[in-house]
Design a protein around this ligand. Structure first.
Ligand code: HEC
Length: 215
């Protein structure tokens, strides 16, 4: 036997010890007597590599049992509470970093092109144009470009109108459930950016609250 074949047989022996597979051709030795409608079964042993994995899980489970009940480590309730506490902190930090998204008193109108473009897009897609027209000149709803406001101008009042709707029965519904907070701010910002523009066919001013363009 040369060195090479020794190696191969060593490897084979190792594999065999892991699987304990029954030699091919000698299946008759481990054939069970029972005949399941023509199907016969071999009584193979469980492969040792698989059994080893099984035993390892048992050992690990004992480790966890001792750690969690004995030393109160890896306790799922504590882990859950820690995670919740950490998440709450993240939420608070996010709120602190984005005050205008959470507190109405902090709402500031967007002035950047991206948010105004989004506001314009929403004004069209959320059907505002049906009642206020695409140039905001007004039809069923009032002209939104003039300095007269029924419900109050300025970003906070407009945001409030979008959120809670107009006076009952007038046709301006509350959009809180269908338009997100950020989108309502974008819409209000877009409306403010349109102050003083000249619609083709402007509706006569309505409302008693008169604001200058910069308010
Ligand atoms: C069904 C018609 C209709 C639709 C759709 C509509 N509005 Fe109105 N809107 C009105 C009416 C009517 C009023 C006046 C409410 C009042 O008199 O109380 C109004 C009032 C307003 C006001 C307050 C104006 C003021 O003078 O105080 C704003 C701002 C406004 N709408 C924005 C919007 C936006 C933004 C949308 C789309 C999300 C929208 N509207 C969709 C009919 C509509």
């Amino acid at each position: 036997m040369n060195k090479n074949s020794e190696k191969i047989s060593g490897w084979k022996r190792f594999m065999k010890s892991l699987t304990k597979a029954h030699d091919l051709g000698t299946e008759e030795d481990i054939m069970l007597d029972h005949d399941y409608d023509g199907i016969r079964e071999l009584d193979n042993v469980l492969p040792p590599w698989w059994l080893a994995g099984f035993y390892i899980t048992i050992v690990v489970s004992v480790f966890y049992l001792v750690m969690s009940f004995g030393f109160n480590k890896y306790n799922q309730y504590d882990e859950f509470n820690d995670d919740v506490a950490a998440a709450k902190e993240e939420v608070e930090a996010y709120k602190a970093a984005n005050p205008q998204l959470f507190d109405n008193a902090n709402i500031v109108a967007f002035t950047d092109a991206e948010n105004l473009a989004k506001g314009k897009e929403l004004f069209i897609t959320k059907t505002c144009v049906v009642c206020h027209l695409a140039d905001l000149g007004g039809s069923i709803g009032p002209n939104l470009t003039d300095d007269h406001w029924i419900l109050g101008g300025g970003v906070k009042n407009i945001y409030n109108t979008l959120t809670n709707g107009g006076r009952p029965g007038k046709g301006m519904i509350a959009w809180e459930s269908t338009i997100t907070r950020e989108e309502r701010i974008q819409l209000a910002s877009y409306i403010i950016s349109m102050q003083g523009t000249q619609p083709v066919n402007p509706k006569a001013p309505e409302g008693d609250i008169i604001l200058s363009k910069n308010e």
